[in-house]
Structures are given as C-alpha cells and as structure tokens.
Design a protein around this ligand. Structure first.
Ligand code: NAD
Ligand code: ZN
Length: 360
C-alpha cells in the first residue's frame, strides 16, 4: 500500500507492506536516487545483526555504492557525539551533496540519521526504512533531532525524507516489549482521530501483539495515514499537529523522571493517555473516555499507573520544562470523545497534579 505526505514540492510516498524492501533499489531510483549514488546506511547494532546484510546486498545489486555506520542501540545514541561521528564517517567515505543517508532502524536511528542528513553539507537527501512499530510515528513527518543532556529532542530540525519504505516483515524480529511500546502509538492515532479504528484496535489486539503481518500492515497504514494527513496540514506544528501529542506531556515527564530507558516511550505515553482521559473526566467530558482508554491500554499489556516511587513534585517540574508549556500556561491535549481531542491551553497545574496523584 502506498500513502502520500502532501507537502507540495516536498511531497513523498510511504510504501507499506510485506517485503517492500525487496524492491528498495527501484523504489529509490523512482525517487530520482539513481544507481551509482553513494549511500550511507545508519543503523544500530541490533538491527545490523538482523537485517543489514540483506539491505546492503539488495542496494549493491541495484548498483549503489553503500557505506554503513553502526551505532549502539538505545536513546543515548541520539547525541551530538554520535552525530559528529557519523559526519566523520561521511567525510572519510567521500560523501558529497549528492549522496543519500538511509535510516535503517527505529525512532532513535530515524531521528539521528535524519538530523545528520539535515546538517551534512547543509542538507543531503535521506530515506527512512523504519524497523520498529513505533517508527511509523517517527519516520513520517520530518521531525529529526538529537538530545541535549538537559532535554530530549532540543537539537533538531524539520527535515522530510525522500521516501519511507516500511517493510512489515522486518518487524518479526522485534522484542515483545518494543512491540507493545510501538502499538501504544498506533492506538494513539485511533484515539485522536477515529473511533472505528479504535474499536478495530480493541478487536485485533491479539493479532497485533502476535505480529500477524496482515493486521500489522493495516494498523501501520492507518497510523501513517493519520500522521501524513496531520503533517500535510500543519508541517511545523503551529496548530493541528499538536494533537499528536496526546499523552505526551505527562509521558515525556515520566520518561525524564524514570530515567530514559527505564520506561519505553510507548509505556510512558500509555500512562500519559490514561492521565489525559482522567483529566477529561475532571473537565466534564464523558467518563467512558477514561474507562475505554484504560481498558485498551491494558489489552495491549501496557502500564496504566504511575510507579509510586516517582515523586509527584518531580513529575510536575519535569512537565514545566516540557516545551509544550507556552506563556506560563499549560497546553494539554484533552480527549473529548473516543476518536476526538482538543488542544486546551487553560488546564490548571492543580488539576494535572490531582491526576498524577490518582494514577499512583
Ligand atoms: P529504538 O530505535 O531505540 O528501537 C527500540 C529497540 O528495538 C532498539 O533496541 C533497537 O535496536 C531494536 N530494534 C529496532 N528494530 C528492530 C528489529 N526489526 N528487530 C529487533 N530489534 C529491533 O526506539 P523506538 O522505540 O523505535 O523509537 C523511540 C525514539 O523515537 C525516541 O528517541 C523518540 O524520541 C523518537 N520518536 C520520534 C518521533 C518523531 O516524530 N521524530 C516520534 C515518536 C518517537
Ligand atoms: Zn510519541
């Protein structure tokens, strides 16, 4: 299946399906990346062990010159130090402005490689080959970044790929925890956009958790479709795009307080989405939003409570540091029904604090 991210001259396709990487060479050529072009594949050690040789082989057969950069797995890799190392490899291997970077991995690799591409020689083309479920979210939309020791994703850019090549077969090797984590973000796309898809997720949770490729293909198609639509309307998050942050204000705070890696991104936003639903209840929206959201997260075996070891004060102050606070007011994405959210800039810190305490 093919989707399009509609950004005028910078529009690009997303190819989703079983074994789509088999034709990676012709997909690149169709996007004007001609055989003979130098490519740098950026990946991590886990993905390299499982999938790199095959991709290098396919690209080599198609006539591309292929170099590789293999990073350590994990969030710590999204750093300026690793970025500099990648640029060093690009220089050593003689990559020029016509070369292309390829992100082969999850969100960490996509964000890192995308930012490397955005900055190398003031910008070279790049391609996303996502290998996690979560990366349906990170590979579409053009937000690329590395972390600063003080805050996540603060050194970055909006920089769109030439194409996203999403092979569901590559997901079969994912560890169960990353499967669940990625599915949290899939469910999020239903909760913000479409009640029917939310019901579909509920009915197909078992198939998705057991990596049924047909179900996965459908879920990723829907998730990418929502993301593509939202990004097409609001590329740089001046308005609508903020709805994608459902569960993320609290989720990011929990990730920071827990220490990155302790809670996965999906686990953190699962709790965040339950929190947002609770908040909605306090604001007078129907109580079933909370019941449905919580049951859904539990069905996907995701956490729905905050570990009592994390202090409410720490969580609150982590939220104040979140870039979603503007002019001293808290911008919160509040579900108003299943499949609908609103961007609310009047949520009081007291109300949020009460929700955090109740989630423990
Ligand atoms: P990740 O890239 O760290 O991947 C998770 C783990 O799975 C890693 O250990 C990785 O080595 C392993 N892995 C990846 N593919 C595999 C495969 N096919 N088989 C086996 N193991 C595999 O993390 P993630 O969960 O994909 O992404 C999280 C990152 O994405 C965060 O840094 C977050 O900030 C970012 N993100 C960015 C956006 C965006 O819009 N740019 C959106 C959401 C998340
Ligand atoms: Zn997210």
């Amino acid at each position: 299946k093919i989707l399009n991210v509609d950004l005028g001259e910078r529009s690009y396709p997303i190819h989703i399906g079983e074994d789509v990487t088999a034709s990676i060479g012709s997909l690149l050529a169709d996007r004007g990346i001609k055989p003979g072009t130098s490519l740098l594949i950026v990946t991590d050690r886990n993905v390299a062990a499982l999938h790199l040789d095959r991709i290098v082989g396919l690209l080599g057969q198609a006539g591309y010159k292929v170099g590789t950069y293999i990073a350590e797995p994990g969030e710590a890799t999204k750093s300026l130090a690793v970025l500099q190392d990648i640029i060093g490899t690009a220089l050593d291997t003689g990559l020029d402005r016509n070369s292309v970077f390829i992100a082969l991995g999850g969100g960490v690799i996509g964000d890192l490689c995308g930012f490397a591409a955005a900055s190398y020689m003031r910008g070279v083309r790049f391609v996303q080959v996502p290998t996690t479920i979560l990366a349906h979210d990170s590979s579409v939309g053009g937000k690329v970044a590395v972390n600063h020791p003080k805050a996540k994703n603060v050194i970055g850019a909006f920089y769109q790929p030439e194409i996203v090549i999403y092979d569901t077969k590559l997901l079969l090797t994912l560890p169960p925890r990353d499967v669940r984590s990625g599915l949290a973000e899939v469910v999020k796309h239903g909760l913000i956009w479409d009640e029917d898809f939310t019901s579909w997720c509920n009915e197909n949770a078992g198939r998705l958790l057991s990596l049924d490729l047909e179900a996965l293909g459908e879920a990723l198609y829907f998730g990418c479709k929502v993301k593509a639509q939202v990004v097409s309307e609001d590329e740089k998050e001046n308005g609508l795009r903020a709805i994608l942050n459902l569960g993320h204000t609290l989720g990011h705070a929990l990730e920071a307080v827990a220490g990155y890696g302790e809670l996965t991104h999906g686990e953190a936003i699962s709790i965040g989405m339950v929190g947002a639903a609770r908040l909605a209840g306090k604001m007078g929206y129907p109580g079933d939003i909370h019941t449905v959201t919580k049951a859904l997260m539990e069905k996907f075996q995701l956490p729905v409570v905050i570990d009592a070891a994390y202090s409410t004060d720490d969580i609150m102050s982590a939220m104040q540091h979140d870039k979603k606070f503007r002019d001293g007011k808290m911008v919160y994405i509040v579900p108003t029904a299943i499949g609908k959210v609103k961007i609310d800039s009047s949520v009081s810190a007291d109300m949020v604090r009460a929700v955090v305490d109740e989630l423990k």
